[in-house]
Write a protein that binds this ligand. Structure first.
Ligand SMILES: C[S@@+](CC[C@H](N)C(=O)[O-])C[C@H]1O[C@@H](n2cnc3c(N)ncnc32)[C@H](O)[C@@H]1O
Length: 264
């Protein structure tokens, strides 16, 4: 009976792949992958000779949703072959902003196959480390940038805010050259200015894909967002604005007036 395990390679090429993920990658009968850099690709191809890229599922100018469906279909085709242990590899954490990983696991389970996902290191994990903050302090809210603009979810500027896919705002098509619309960032700036002062410091962040290189960190006041070029793969970090105030009633109810308990 075929099976599926979905793993991630992390962001920093090869170095952030867990031993568990690597074991599955080596032992798979069929390895299918989508990664973001050529070094990881070469490593994967050496690790397992059955390795096959899913990159050809992308077509220039076509909606990325079609590519995700094609990837899911291809993964399932292999799982359905007799006794094939399939390993699908995505960069970063395979379950973070990756549709075909979740879709293929759901489909495989529905069809009665064994299927599971292993965690990996996402861009957000790298961001916490490189920008040096703890999401547990003040809380942290994560949104996909286009979805944030379209749906306008309620969020709290007192928390850390992370916005993904700021390089492809309003653009659902694929471009092999990385040519995406650039008019989305000024719209995002306008929206954020409703909640933060123009001088509020923000960070456009690109984690390093190679352990010998440094991350790209563009630090600027919010009013400058969208006035210069950003890396297509960048993620935006907006630090908290304002102080969070504790509810005095709740402080009392939880018996936390004692400062030692409050800081526990
Ligand atoms: C399709 S998602 C893939 C995320 C990936 N699975 C992960 O776990 O990080 C692509 C988005 O992830 C973020 N991203 C990917 N690589 C990044 C990097 N090197 N630095 C910062 N953000 C990155 C960006 O927001 C980008 O638009």
């Amino acid at each position: 009976m075929g099976s599926l395990v979905v793993v991630g390679t992390g962001i920093s090429s090869v170095a952030q792949t867990t031993l568990e993920a690597r074991g599955h990658m080596e032992q798979a009968d069929k390895l299918l992958y989508v990664v973001a850099d050529p070094v990881t690709e070469t490593w994967i191809r050496r690790l397992n000779l059955s390795a096959e890229s899913l990159e050809d599922c992308y077509q220039d100018g076509q909606h990325r949703g079609l590519a995700y469906q094609a990837m899911t279909d291809r993964i399932l085709e292999w799982v359905r072959k007799d006794d094939t242990r399939v390993c699908a590899v995505f960069y970063g954490h395979p379950g973070v902003f990756v549709r075909p990983s979740h879709a293929s696991i759901r489909q495989a389970l529905e069809e009665g196959f064994e299927a599971r996902m292993l965690p990996g290191i996402s861009a957000e994990d790298c961001l916490f480390a490189d920008l040096g903050f703890d999401p547990a302090v003040r809380g942290c809210q994560t949104f996909e940038a286009t979805d944030f603009l379209l749906r306008k979810p309620r969020f709290d500027p007192v928390c850390h805010v992370i916005l993904w896919q700021i390089g492809v705002i309003g653009d659902a098509t694929y471009s092999s050259e990385g040519n995406y619309r650039e008019d989305g960032l000024p719209v995002l700036r306008e929206e954020l200015l409703k909640h933060y002062p123009a001088s509020h410091e923000i960070f456009v962040y690109a984690a390093s894909q190679f352990s010998i290189a440094k991350p790209i960190i563009q630090r600027m006041p919010l009013e400058e967002l969208g006035r210069s070029t950003i890396p297509t793969i960048a993620t935006l970090y907006v630090p908290p604005h304002g102080e969070g105030v504790s509810d005095p009633e709740m402080v009392k109810r939880l018996g936390m007036e004692d400062p030692l308990r409050a800081s526990a």
